[in-house]
Write a protein that binds this ligand. Structure first.
Ligand code: C5P
Length: 238
């Protein structure tokens, strides 16, 4: 497999074409951003940690019957994925109040929700990824009603599997963000990444935050926190 031209460079990843149709090459970068790019730093080792963690989680989900765009990890900071057209909706799933939800509805961070909820955000940097509803999605033509139903179902399914999985390693999955894409047949697949950049993970015993809030809120070393997550998942750097 050969890496070909750069297709897209995002905040945390670079996406390349390959010599094989429908297969893309992803490189995880050592950059951390928050607040829609307002806070930005280079953090050596972060790309490797997120690639390894994402690879392990997509493999775990596959084992539970949840397919994603992930094909395989090819190095500590690279993976191959199936080409999909990303649906511009960030699917946020929450079981405990934190972050923007605490601000929006006035409940204390850490309050357990009576049920797991799903929110939609419009993936648009210029607009700052605003919260949107199903009518907005329909008028913007971002996804069909059937696709939305599927995104919600998959979001809740991923939540169930990952909550149980993280619990086994002493971590409380507070909330997370998923992205989905359509393959060449219009089939909706889980895509992007699942890592401490996109999940809130709190130590069940101590409440220690082991996710990007360490960076957002200046709570200490991001790589130390992510390494602890990787170690608990049984992952190792080669
Ligand atoms: O900031 P907020 O509380 O809305 O984030 C909810 C969850 O979605 C968090 O786990 C956060 O890391 C994730 N998220 C993300 N990318 C965004 C916005 C939120 O991964 N652009």
């Amino acid at each position: 497999m050969k890496k070909e031209q750069l297709l897209y460079e995002g905040k945390a990843k670079r996406l390349y074409q390959t010599d094989e149709k429908d297969v893309l090459w992803i490189e995880y970068k050592d950059s951390a951003t928050a607040f829609n790019g307002e806070k930005k730093e280079t953090i050596a080792g972060k790309g490797v940690l997120n690639n390894l963690i994402t690879s392990l989680l997509f493999e775990k989900l596959k084992g539970e019957g949840i397919e994603s765009h992930f094909i395989k990890k090819i190095s500590d900071h690279e993976q191959l994925v199936k080409a999909v057209e990303i649906i511009p909706i960030e699917v946020v799933v929450r079981s405990t109040v934190a972050g923007t939800l605490a601000k929006r509805i006035g409940l204390d961070e850490g309050t357990k929700l009576p049920k797991t909820i799903v929110e939609w955000y419009y993936k648009d940097d210029d607009l700052g990824d605003p919260l949107i509803n199903e009518d907005h999605i329909e008028v913007l033509g971002l996804a069909s009603a059937e696709e939305l139903k599927l995104l919600k179902e998959k979001g809740l399914q991923v939540s169930e599997v990952m909550t149980a999985f993280f619990k086994e390693i002493g971590l409380d999955l507070i909330d997370f963000k998923l992205e989905f894409g359509r393959d060449e047949n219009g089939q909706v697949l889980l895509a992007d990444e699942i890592s401490p950049d996109t999940c809130r993970l709190w130590d069940i015993k101590t409440g220690e935050k082991m996710d990007k809030d360490v960076f957002r809120r200046n709570l200490g070393s991001l790589t130390e926190a992510y390494e602890k997550v990787l170690n608990r998942l049984g992952g190792v750097k080669s």
